[in-house]
Design a protein around this ligand. Structure first.
Ligand code: F6R
Length: 620
């Protein structure tokens, strides 16, 4: 939430910072701004709203400097207007901040007593005041930050500039991500390497409680005691192309369409095709970035007797689907929990538990805190991340990767289906380890997984159907999504997608729960989306549908193949290719993504950047 960037070098800083902010806009788009040291004087341009508004202002501005900072905001303290937009400037310094200062009230009272003139409602401006006071006393920017940081409670990544040191960019991390990019005679700091990948792939991932002091051609990283530390330079294997729309009208559309390829890429390292055998590739903290050898992995995973899956949002629904899959395939008890709940209760994590955390960004604050808590309690952890080198990826013991490339659309799509594929592979692997699956069953699951990408391809054909149907779907007063068993989490995911993109009331329910309350909502203005593939609870789901139909609910049914019964009950029937029970969620979520996309688009909403949301939730 919030994206920060800083640049020092011989390129035009306005251009580099603006380009970077475009790549960071997924982190928040309530306001944006940049500050550049122009002939030694700080010059700021800020604007409320999306980056495009900042661009209009920047087009009329000329800067002569070569060092600057920029920010794109997801509002925490204070409404999204221009005076609350970053960079904040006080005296001779300016800063950008990602995070939340929890003791801001206390700091504000202190500053007001001291006569400070506070011009915004943000917690970030207060930090600028504290730093500026230290600068006035003669401190360098680094010294000022070192003095101020112990006074701050909360989470923050900050980049700052001072008129007194026109050749220095200073940044600090305590919580939200921060990366230092190293070019030839130039340096960058950013919330995400995507923001700078066009310029350099050499980066250093900054850890908590570290301060970066970067000059044009040299840099130094310090710990909080002021001691210089040396850190590894990582060469990223990231293509700038992945962060372009490549002809699609929206990133979300592109990402929905990428799913056949992404699911295949996520699965491919884990299947020994020649022998049709599972060959799970799991990296561990001890294995130097290499996947563990199969015998080592076997002995390390064999002793787990219980699994916890912890995540937020769409990743949580992937986890919930994983519960059905892992329990059925591997006979292992699984508990799934929202990270924001897990971290604040006192969960009993028995010995021999594996705590799986799922996160596309690898930076979700609650998921990261849950991972840390699980480690403190002595549990082994496994992360399923898309962002390699993210905080969660770096801190988990075992690591698996979605390999979905950058997901820019704020609503998660391809990361979900990649995760579902990985959870299936993990289920097959644990099934083999626990001897709950026969070799024939293993082969049969792997065959279905191999066929999955081409089946997803077929389901994508519903794109044009929803483009048309959205014209009427957008007028319903609300949506209920229903599913049973392994398909129930995708009912909740479908509802989440519609809520976040089309701002319509939508709820996901276990179909069997309808009679216990939600059925009261049903009338002919209520659409009921049911995921009812032919599986062992299909008949039960159809009975629930009959009850909906009897009350006038308008049904959109998703089933398997040619199905006269569902066709006769539903206003719209969508047929999925036949697949194994465990893969129906992967296929059924595709039409749900397309439906939310088209309804939101027909309503004229910004599909890639829905209101009030940010892609990477680095504050709790
Ligand atoms: C919904 C969505 C969010 C994320 C959630 C977790 O479309 O994108 O619900 O799934 O914020 O994010 P990660 O997976 O990055 O931890």
């Amino acid at each position: 939430m919030c994206g920060i960037i800083g640049y020092y070098g011989s390129r035009d800083p306005k251009q580099v910072i603006y380009d970077g902010l475009k790549k960071l806009e997924y982190r928040g788009y309530d306001s944006a701004g940049i500050a550049i040291l122009d002939n030694g004087k700080l010059k700021r341009v800020r604007s409320a709203g999306k980056l495009i508004h900042l661009k209009e202002k920047l087009d009329n501005e000329k800067f002569t400097g070569n060092i600057g900072i920029g920010h794109t905001r997801w509002a925490t303290h204070g409404v999204p207007n221009e005076s609350n937009a970053h960079p904040h400037a006080v005296g001779k310094i300016s800063l950008v901040h990602n995070g939340i200062i929890e003791n801001y009230q206390e700091i504000k009272e202190y500053l007001l007593k001291e006569g400070a003139k506070i011009t915004s409602d943000t917690d970030s401006e207060l930090v600028a005041h504290l730093i500026s006071r230290e600068i006035e006393k003669g401190s360098t920017l680094k010294e000022a930050l070192s003095t101020v940081i112990p006074k701050l409670e909360g989470a923050y990544s900050i980049a700052a500039l001072s008129e007194n040191e026109p050749d220095t960019l200073v940044a600090v991390k305590n919580g939200p991500p921060l990366v230092l990019g190293l070019g030839k005679d130039e340096c960058f700091v950013a919330s995400d390497a995507q923001a700078i990948i066009t310029y350099t792939n050499k980066v250093i991932f900054i850890d908590d409680h570290e301060i970066v002091v970067a000059k044009k051609d040299k840099y130094q990283i310090y710990d909080m005691k002021g001691s210089a530390i040396s850190k590894k330079i990582t060469e990223l294997d990231m293509s700038p192309d992945a962060i372009e729309k490549q002809g699609y009208p929206h990133f979300m559309k592109k990402e929905i369409y990428e799913q056949p390829r992404v699911v295949a890429a996520a699965m491919s390292p884990h299947i020994d095709v020649a022998n049709l055998k599972i060959s799970l590739q799991v990296v561990s903290s001890d294995s130097n970035g290499e996947a563990l050898k199969q015998d080592e992995l076997y002995s390390q995973l064999k002793h787990f007797e219980r699994v916890f899956i912890v995540a937020c949002g769409t990743s949580f629904y992937a986890g919930l689907t994983g519960e059905y899959i892992l329990e059925a395939m591997a006979g292992i008890p699984v508990e799934v929990e929202f990270a924001s709940e897990f971290r604040y209760r006192k969960p009993v994590i028995p010995k021999n538990s594996l705590v799986i955390v799922i996160s596309q960004s690898g930076e979700t604050a609650d998921t990261l805190a849950s991972l840390r808590m699980a480690k403190e309690k002595g549990a082994k952890t496994l992360s399923i991340c898309n962002a390699k080198n993210s905080s969660i990826d770096r801190e988990a013991f075992f690591k698996m990767y979605m390999k979905a490339d950058a997901e820019i659309g704020v609503a998660s799509t391809k990361a979900l289906t990649a995760t579902l594929a990985l959870l299936n592979l993990l289920g097959v692997y644990l099934g083999r380890v626990n001897e709950t699956l026969t070799r024939d069953e293993e082969k049969s699951y792997l065959r279905s997984l191999q066929a999955l990408p081409s089946e997803i391809e077929k389901v994508l054909a519903y794109d044009s159907f929803f483009d048309e149907a959205a014209l009427t779907l957008k007028d319903y007063k609300g949506f209920l999504y229903m599913g049973r068993g392994v398909n129930y989490p995708m009912a909740m995911e479908g509802a989440l997608k519609l809520k976040e993109l089309a701002y319509m009331h939508a709820e996901g329910y276990a179909a069997g729960e309808m009679k216990h309350g939600p059925i009261a909502l049903i009338d002919d203005r209520m659409a009921v989306v049911v995921v009812a593939p032919t599986d062992d609870v299909y008949e039960k789901t159809v009975s629930n549908l009959e009850e909906v139909r009897a009350r006038g609910g308008q049904i959109i049914a998703i089933g398997t193949g040619h199905n006269e019964r569902l066709k006769s009950l539903a206003k719209h029937y969508l047929s999925l290719p036949k697949t194994s029970w465990n893969l129906n969620p992967v296929l059924s979520v595709i039409p749900l993504q397309l439906m939310a996309y088209h309804v939101a688009d027909r309503l004229g909403f910004d599909v890639d950047q829905p209101r009030n949301l940010a892609k990477s939730v680095t504050v709790e």
